[in-house]
Design a protein around this ligand. Sequence first.
Ligand code: BG6
Length: 514
Amino acid sequence: MTVMHNQESQLAEGAVFFIFGATGDLARRKLFPAIYSLYHEGKLGERFAVIGLARRGRTNDEFRHDVRASIEEFCRYPIPNDEDWSRFAKHFEYKPLDINNVDGFKELRVQTEHIEREFNIPGNRLFYLALAPELFGSVSMNLRDGGMLDSEGWHRLVIEKPFGYDLPSAQKLNEELSHVFKEEEIYRIDHYLGKEMVQNIEVIRFANAFFEPLWNNKHIANIQITLAETVGVEERGGYYDHAGALRDMAQNHMLQMLTMIAMEAPSRLHPEDIRDEKVKVLRSLRQFENADEVKRNVVRGQYAAGALNGKPLPAYREEEKVNPASVTETYFAARLYVDNFRWAGVPFYIRTGKRLPVKTTEVVVEFKNMPTNVYLSQKHKLEPNLLVIRVNPMEGIYVKINGKKPGADASVQPLAMDFCQSCMVGINTPEAYERLIFDAARGDSTYFTRWDEVASAWSFVDKIAGAWKASSEDLHLYPAGSWGPEQADKLLAEDGFQWWPVNGQEESQVVWNK
Ligand code: BG6
């Protein structure tokens, strides 16, 4: 079943959610709180159940206790009282499971049929694999061989990134899954697509006469996408040292954001039509053909020791589980081109890094300067118009324009018209995972990545990774707490541009209208 995109409703027909990796971090921080928020808002109704699965032994009561603790710590809604809690908690069960042993899956089938009868659920089953990708293949096979896919109703598989390490490994993984699940049953999560303001890009672009007519190479000078983080690798050094910023952030989140900015308007608001347009952008990305092109257009860096807000920070190579001689990049910036009629000649600058000075995700669309006119003189320095989409942590948009400075001398000053969404919605902005779990449960795959998108993104990224393998001489160290290697500034300066300040750290002369 497919649904039209954006159809808000309740999960009327009911489903069982199977959380594989139920004792892990993702389940605790994101999945249980998201399920509770959906329940609290009435979106799940009462015809649902959650079965937590992991190797560890746990009773149902112990599991429910853990779920409650995770909601109390991470959910945007408090649990009002014990009575409400009991009503919610009775939908949760736990089963210890060895995912390599099909007998456990057969037992799971019996347990599932029992809980489906209890909550009047017609065999709809959503399998959420919060697991390492190496395990996806055997879980899928055992789901099938254990009879978990024999129920009437739908079966869907929700999986987390990383989807492979490069194109060949992603293909292998995809093939394993495709023995059991059809493409339309596989929901590949990119949690950036669940973010409110990333979804809002479509609406801002396609529902405004202000923007769509200007959204092309005639009027746009360049586009900048920044995903900056203040954190280092935390306790994920083992994974990260193998992945790096290119695979961890660029292959998925950054390229997905770029597709949302650059895609053509879909003919219908149907998931496949939207994803068709997105994959065309990925296919139009100009590929880097050799190491020289990569060097000219890509900057990689790694954080050295530094400080943030007066607090000293260790170098990446000193982090736990990181090779002390590692050449893994913690910073990535690139100049990309989307070679189609709309975008020919417009550079897209993207950058991401760990241990940068602020946590922010922002898109800046810089418009071309006005042609020479009476206002362009020594006296009136005209700034370019900017449209800034703030994704995180602040959500909103602002437009920077030029206006007259009040007073007799008629000089021009930059003004910012600012819409702060997070100021209005406050802490109650839905978490990306709420939206994504709900979408998967009602069969809306719009904000999940389709296999051809994943494959195109890998083939683009593999060229960069391939060029980097030969030598690491272009890996620049940058102090933790700084904006990364200065080579990333040069990338824009070569084209006569600059990175615009992020997160409201605007130039002091801009007049803000909030
Ligand atoms: C994850 C990456 O996908 O996204 C992390 O693996 C990164 O390294 C995280 O920290 C950032 O997500 P957000 O939502 O905090 O911007």
